[in-house]
Design a protein around this ligand. Structure first.
Ligand code: PPS
Length: 294
């Protein structure tokens, strides 16, 4: 397919959730994904720490062997389940070819998750990040990654984000949906801000959830290799192998800033006030609470 036909297209709704157009076209294949009981699902709304927690998990699965974790790029070690782009990638086929135990990445909201993942009672790790930092990170990602429609200005993008008209839909529905599912399934719900504040504490939570013990020395090694500075320089995690028609790192690198509270550099006071009002309406009644800075 001509790259001009593939990229910068309008999103297509699947059961009311806007998705990349080829994901919508291939939806029946994604719905039919066959989970295995020992799959570990890494679920996130985009730009919430997916790559970070994926690298942590691959290192855990490989007992902290950083060289082994450079065997391939992160999106081949932890395939993005629903990403089917003919001629580029097919997450379902990638996963079928992987040996167990598999690490599976998804950005799907709970209502769109293939049923076999629930039926097999797979363990799931969800990472959530505060909405304002996600909006900023997503805006810069829209600019550099051409599988998204053009973002427009920041002001325009922020409106699109608040309306849930971005790829994978409403942040509010996503984080609340997964929070509710936690009551009935084996879901470890983590926060990006907690990982920034105390990465060791959060890594130990992950190990407990996986019922895995690692010596202190390996834990420290994993923390070192998953710091932002190291992951930014690692070609197996920084997405720099994706270039040109897919991603333009000269517009904004995939590993951009890796901090909490960057929204303060992006939001005007008026945008902040409007956002907070809308946020409080959207998040009313939930026990889910976020920190917008640490
Ligand atoms: S994606 O495309 O949805 O899978 O992106 P995702 O990996 O979820 O999110 C990318 C943001 O996470 C930051 N990042 C990190 N922060 C801290 N530590 C580490 N190790 C780390 N790795 C990635 C990355 O920089 C993006 O955030 P921003 O705010 O844009 O810098």
């Amino acid at each position: 397919m001509d790259k001009n036909d593939m990229f910068r297209r309008e999103l297509v709704d699947v059961h009311g959730v806007p998705l990349f157009w080829t994901i919508a076209e291939e939806w029946s294949k994604i719905e039919g994904f066959e989970a295995r009981p020992d799959d570990l699902l890494i679920s996130t709304y985009p730009k919430s720490g997916t790559t970070w927690v994926s690298e942590i998990l691959d290192l855990i699965y490989n007992n902290g062997d950083a060289e082994k974790c450079k065997r391939d790029v992160i999106f081949n070690r932890v395939p993005f389940m629903e990403l089917i782009m003919p001629g580029y990638v097919n997450g379902i086929e990638q996963l079928e070819a992987l040996e167990s135990p598999r690490l599976v990445k998804t950005h799907l909201p709970v209502e769109l998750l293939p049923s076999s993942l629930w039926k097999n009672d797979c363990k799931m790790i969800y990472v959530a990040r505060n909405a304002k930092d996600v909006a900023v990170s997503y805006y810069h990602f829209y600019r550099m990654s051409k599988m998204h429609p053009e973002p427009g200005t920041w002001e325009e993008f922020l409106e699109t984000f608040m309306a849930g008209k971005v790829s994978f839909g409403s942040w509010y529905d996503h984080v609340k949906g997964w929070w509710e599912k936690k009551k009935d399934y084996r879901i470890l719900y983590l926060f990006y801000e907690d990982m920034k504040e105390d990465p060791k504490r959060e890594l130990l939570k992950i190990l407990k959830f996986l019922e895995k013990d690692l010596p202190e020395e390996i834990v420290n090694k994993i923390l070192y290799h998953t710091s932002f500075a190291i992951m930014k320089e690692n070609p197996a995690t920084n997405y720099t192998v994706k270039t040109g028609e897919e991603m333009d790192h000269s517009i904004s690198p995939f590993m951009r800033k890796g901090i909490s509270g960057d929204w303060k550099n992006q939001f005007t006071v008026a945008q902040y006030e409007r956002f907070e009002k809308h946020y409080n309406q959207q998040m009313e009644g939930t026990t889910l609470k976020f920190r917008a800075e640490i």
